[in-house]
Design a protein around this ligand. Structure first.
Ligand code: CTP
Length: 405
């Protein structure tokens, strides 16, 4: 079964004897198509080797909050995870998670994540039955964690009782259950991302501040929901895994790629910041300063979204973006109608932490049918969830307002 394809799962392994069974959990997740990032605590490293996990996952096992090539590994891991599973979960990690302590990479990753959490406790019966541990587990479950097991059976040292790690297959099943909908299974989605670059000469261009982050979050979310994703992007270096990347640079290249790909797609999400103007006659070589200040004449680029709207086939869902600095809703509504879109995602890029270059966004989703959903400031992956939820006719995950205008 390849049903976890496109899902990114952080597998936390803590220092219990059952850590060796986490190797099997890792293998099963990988077999199901998931991208697994193993995170081993110091205790886990006393029990099992990180090489085993790195080799099985095909991803470097992470072991430290501070000695990681990434300067802030916990936020990157936490925000990009579709689910976090901790197997085995020791008494120590249960207590840390209950109290919000984040002293190592695994606890910090869980704290920095909104992804569903699966906990598979394993410990000796006496420990498991302690009131403190039972209370920690109960509270974590009340807060939404899914607790799997433990089972009864033979424990380390030959004892028999409750506390044995749940079977790896059962843990993987729990991961499947907590992962959200596969409502784009069998559908093809085209996403565009990044700002286009329109050459002035061989080295200079007219560009904009788009980082491609929102478009890439949309592509990752569509893939996680089962879609076959084509990502036309000017930032291929930061494209998410599990999508087909078509690298482009100019508006004209993006137009050609979209016109080629869109007819076969059930949904098009145009998150790219396409230049509206380009130099009429870019110089083939580099313009020399000694030749004086150049006069760069501009001409309009083709409006890709309007072209896709005009060629839209019945049933295809077309989603555009509107980057505005004033009269957000009025301008966005006008674009929604003019470009024949089903949905437009409007953001006020003059607000702090919104839009270009940021990891967060705040948007208003407007539908051709008059629907409006406001999504408060959140990370771009969460915005992506709300966009697909809305466009697929599900209530958005985190709306602040829902109204029919
Ligand atoms: N867009 C496009 N092709 C262009 C310009 C914009 O496909 N040449 C798309 C963007 O990807 C976005 C939507 O149109 O999904 C709106 O882009 P935006 O820049 O907000 O609007 P414009 O139509 O360019 O209008 P203006 O810049 O005047 O606000």
């Amino acid at each position: 079964m390849n049903d976890l394809r496109g899902r990114r799962i952080v597998l936390g392994v803590t220092g219990g004897i059952a850590a060796y069974k986490a190797v099997e959990v890792c293998r099963r997740l990988v077999d199901a198509g998931a991208e697994v990032v193993p995170v081993l605590t110091r205790g886990a490293l006393r029990m099992v080797g990180e090489t085993t996990f790195s080799a099985l996952a095909g991803n470097r096992a992470r072991t430290s909050l501070f000695d990681d090539p990434d300067p802030i590994p916990h936020t990157r891991l936490g925000q990009s995870a579709d689910a976090i599973v901790v197997a085995p979960a020791t008494a120590r990690i249960l207590a840390d998670l209950r109290s919000g302590r984040s002293g190592d990479l695994l606890t910090a990753t869980v704290m920095a994540s909104r992804a569903p959490l699966v906990l598979a406790p394993a410990m000796h019966t006496e420990m498991w039955e302690q009131a403190a541990i039972q209370e920690n587990v109960r509270i974590l479950a009340e807060r939404g964690a899914v607790v799997v097991g433990p089972d009864e059976g033979r424990l380390a040292g030959g004892d028999v009782g409750a506390g044995r790690l749940a079977a790896p297959a059962v843990i993987v099943e729990a991961v499947r259950r907590v992962l959200g909908p596969r409502d784009l299974e069998g559908r093809r989605v085209l996403v565009t991302a990044g700002g286009t670059r329109e050459p002035i000469d061989a080295v200079r261009f007219v560009g904009n501040r788009s980082s491609g982050k929102q478009g890439h979050a949309l592509a990752a979310e569509a893939a996680a929901r089962g879609a076959e994703v084509v990502l036309v992007t000017t930032r291929p270096d930061t494209a998410p895994p599990g999508v087909r990347v078509v690298p482009v640079e100019t508006a004209a290249e993006m137009h050609d790629a979209c016109v080629l790909e869109a007819p076969a797609c059930d949904m098009v999400v145009m998150a790219a910041a396409v230049a509206d103007f380009r130099p009429v006659a870019p110089a083939a070589g580099k313009l020399k300063k000694t030749d004086g200040v150049p006069r760069v004449e501009l001409e309009p680029t083709v409006d890709i979204l309007a072209a896709l709207g005009a060629a839209k086939r019945p049933g295809q869902i077309l989603v555009g973006f509107a980057a505005e600095t004033d009269e957000l809703v009025a301008h966005a509504r006008e674009k929604l109608a003019r470009k024949k879109l089903d949905w437009i995602v409007a953001n006020d890029v003059s607000k702090p932490s919104v839009g270009f270059e940021h990891d967060t966004n705040e948007v208003v989703l407007l539908g051709a049918d008059g629907t409006r959903h406001d999504v408060a400031l959140t990370d771009k992956r969460e915005i992506a969830r709300a966009v697909f939820d809305t466009a697929l006719g599900r209530p958005p995950t985190r709306p602040t307002t829902q109204e029919h205008e």
